[in-house]
Design a protein around this ligand. Structure first.
Ligand code: ZN
Length: 139
């Protein structure tokens, strides 16, 4: 089900032009001409509208990483980031699940992120919660 008010669904439907780098039965990759972090920044998304990674069809999810791998190889990239944001707090601004392939040509181009480790954090409670939820799903 595609959404007429969704930017990426509009590309899927052909209502909005984008420079397609690759298209499969399930996945489209387009040049990020609007807001590139570096030269060759490409956005990949499933044709099927979904909000977050955890809503994605399993086969779409598997295929999108294979497609990204193929394009990264075609670009002969040695340094690059694959970025996938879920939810506005995490930086998602287009609410149709998508992945960014961001070449890192030099230190000043591409994705930049801080490395602020929080070693005082205790994962105990969330670790237990995840283990219990996964055990319930498996049974
Ligand atoms: Zn959409």
């Amino acid at each position: 089900m595609n959404h007429t008010d969704c930017l990426l669904c509009r590309i899927v439907n052909g209502d909005l032009h984008a420079r397609k780098v690759i298209e499969t039965a399930r996945i489209i990759g387009v040049m990020n001409d609007a807001e590139p972090f570096s030269k060759g920044h490409i956005v990949f998304f499933p044709k099927r509208h979904t909000l977050r990674l955890n809503d994605m069809d399993d086969q779409d999810l598997a295929e999108i990483l294979v497609v990204i791998k193929r394009v990264a190889a075609a670009m002969k990239l040695e340094n690059y980031n694959v970025l996938q944001n879920n939810g506005s707090l995490a930086g998602q601004t287009v609410f149709h699940a998508h992945f960014h392939l961001i070449p890192k040509w030099s230190d000043s181009e591409g994705l930049k992120y801080g490395r602020e480790f929080r070693r005082e954090l205790d994962h105990g409670e969330i670790y237990q919660q995840v283990q219990e939820a996964l055990a319930r799903l498996a049974s």
